[in-house]
Design a protein around this ligand. Structure first.
Ligand code: ADP
Ligand code: MG
Length: 269
């Protein structure tokens, strides 16, 4: 990413209230801590259903925590998270997060850095297990769906293989296909290419670009700033449990307004 010769002026809205139109997900004053360590500090974030947010920030700044909270895997101590203007998660000081609506949780899919395929199951079984158990899908229908998704991602020939027989890039594409089997409205990606050999990064990123082209709502954590710039509708820079700055990638990467953003980008670009 070469520095742009001039700072592109971008007047697209970056402030919370202006993003409220057509609201899809809204985090309001979310607080999350592990003991004394605060990872979300009155954290506000709004997302539209046509947004592809890329979250960037220093290691340890709470990016994975944010995704795990959205997936309902982690508790929050305060604040609320709404999905289509309905309460999804409500913070609770005493207990873990209360997932108000488990049906909403089913609409969110997540892919992690390290492959989480079931090693003892074939690729087909990995794909059809949850849809049959969670959604009560008939086996025949699930298998057809799995076939179609695998074909779309160029993995048709791997349907009977086991995870250990696949490359890292293939495993990540299967993991994405598996999440899509449940027809999520939102996909979360936590550094899904970080553990891959360089030659496999592109095949996974192009699957994600395919989803972007089909208007899938996504929140992506990545250290790959080139990819971030290509896929993001908005880039969100987080540090110390807060959003430091957010904006369209063309403006955030070329003329960050905050000193902390500039310092971070100087290190990673
Ligand atoms: P990032 O993904 O931005 O690197 P994380 O969300 O993984 O950040 O972690 C934020 C901070 O919280 C880090 O300091 C990390 O060590 C700490 N942390 C993460 N998960 C836990 C946990 N389950 N228990 C205690 N501390 C945690
Ligand atoms: Mg992380």
């Amino acid at each position: 990413l070469a520095a742009a010769p001039t700072c592109l002026q971008d007047n697209r809205p970056v402030f919370l209230n202006e993003f409220n139109k057509g609201e899809f997900i809204q985090l309001e004053k979310v607080n999350k801590a592990y003991g004394e360590l605060v990872v979300m500090d009155n954290f506000d974030l709004t997302m539209r259903s046509d947004d592809r947010l890329v979250i960037i920030g220093p290691s340890g700044s709470g990016k994975s925590s944010l995704l795990r909270v959205l997936m309902g895997l982690e508790g929050i101590q305060g604040g609320t998270i709404n999905f289509h203007r309905q309460h999804y998660i409500v913070g609770d000081k005493a207990k873990k997060a209360k997932i108000v609506d488990a049906n909403i949780q089913k609409k969110i899919g997540m892919v992690f850095q390290h492959y989480t395929l079931f090693p003892h199951l074939s690729i087909l079984s990995n794909l059809i297990l949850a849809p049959m158990k969670v959604h009560g899908l008939e086996k025949k229908v699930a298998v057809e769906k799995a076939r179609a998704l695998l074909a779309r991602f160029g993995l048709e020939s791997k349907i009977g293989a086991y995870p250990s027989q696949l490359s890292g890039g293939q495993k990540q594409r299967v993991a994405i296909a598996r999440a899509l089997m449940l027809e999520p409205e939102l996909m979360l990606f936590d550094e899904v290419t970080s553990a891959l050999d360089p030659e496999m990064v592109t095949e996974v990123q192009s699957v994600m670009m395919q989803l972007a082209d089909q208007k899938m709502a996504m929140i992506i954590v990545t250290h790959d700033m080139h990819f971030a710039r290509n896929i993001a509708s908005r880039v969100v820079f987080c540090a110390n449990g807060k959003i430091v700055e957010q904006g369209h990638p063309d403006s955030l990467f070329t003329c960050p307004k905050e000193k902390r953003t500039r310092e971070f980008l100087e290190k990673v670009l």
